[in-house]
Design a protein around this ligand. Sequence first.
Ligand code: NAP
Ligand code: ZN
Length: 357
Amino acid sequence: MIKSKAYSAASGTSPLASATIPRRDPTERDVRIEILFCGVCHSDLHQVRNEWSSIMPTVYPIVPGHEIVGRVTQVGPAVSKFKPGDLAAVGCMVDSDGDCPHCKSGQEQFCPNMILTFNSPDKHLGGVTYGGYSESIVVDERFVLRVPSNLKLAGAAPLLCAGITTYSPMRRWGVTKGKKVGVAGLGGLGHMGVKFARAFGAYVVVFTTSPGKKDDALLLGADEVVVSRDANAMQKHAGSFDFILDAISAHHDINAYINLIRSDGTITIVGAPEKPLAVSAFSLLVGRRNLAGSLIGGIAETQEMLDFCGAHNITADVEVIPIQKVNEAYERLLKSDVKYRFSIDMASLKLEQMTGR
Ligand code: NAP
Ligand code: ZN
């Protein structure tokens, strides 16, 4: 076991602060990775503040972070995909049972024994898993991804959650050329949704509560931008969308978006607000519309997404921050003030003293 510097929160009301965590010695199939960048997902914030307590209560101290890129420093004897010096990435999952129907169909995210990168039971060391706001991580090679060498690493890190979470439902629901696609909420997920919908050839409309993001949305690849608080502007698009991705992190009226879907079209929720959303039955009945959800994506599909990003040179637009600014970054996330993902430069963690624990 070795000690690793990290940032952790001691309770739902404590800031993230310097800490020391254990990491296991690599077993047969494990890869040890020196973390270079870790994205800041709104899910980190939800969980640090225990906002998902009814579904997955947070165990403290928590070390969040599931958008990890780094360099391999050590591999177990049975590892075949990686060698020291390789670039490597880890997303939201670090293990699953490997033989349930979900695992066998490449959908490890639905495995009943799936282990999340943080705040899941750690079968090696006891306690819970610790995420990417740390110097290093040790992960079974089945859950380690290859990073295309042409991608800038700070912007590649967010692909591991924001990327796959938007790529997967767009593939699932056939977002292609000729389709009219909406993206609601231009944050970390939303801006990746715009990039993918554009790359798949769709006509893309962004729905935002932030009029100041209009120019950015167009630069990111949107064909139109609608300020969602403008009911008239929304009404102009009624019943016209093949697909809408709802990537909003906070409570909102989802019916306003459902009503924009054409008959037999689909709205997929990926945002995970703290409280349930109220759905009007009539919004769905009229037009036989589909309301769906989606959770990250499987490992094979995550690699497919990374390779697609390599081929199309797609990365997240990032504000690179030192880890010492992470609490400030959380406050800005709550104000929808990020362009469009914070990516922590983990070199900043090396400056911290090892704390005793
Ligand atoms: P984010 O960067 O904070 O973006 C969320 C965006 O939602 C904001 O930028 C804002 O966009 C919009 N928004 C915020 N408050 C709003 C409100 N009151 N009404 C309407 N719109 C509002 O968050 P993120 O990291 O992209 O994550 C988005 C959500 O997805 C989070 O709930 C996260 O936990 C969840 N998530 C789910 C999965 C999954 O597998 N399903 C994976 C990762 C994350 P505008 O300024 O454009 O309005
Ligand atoms: Zn995430």
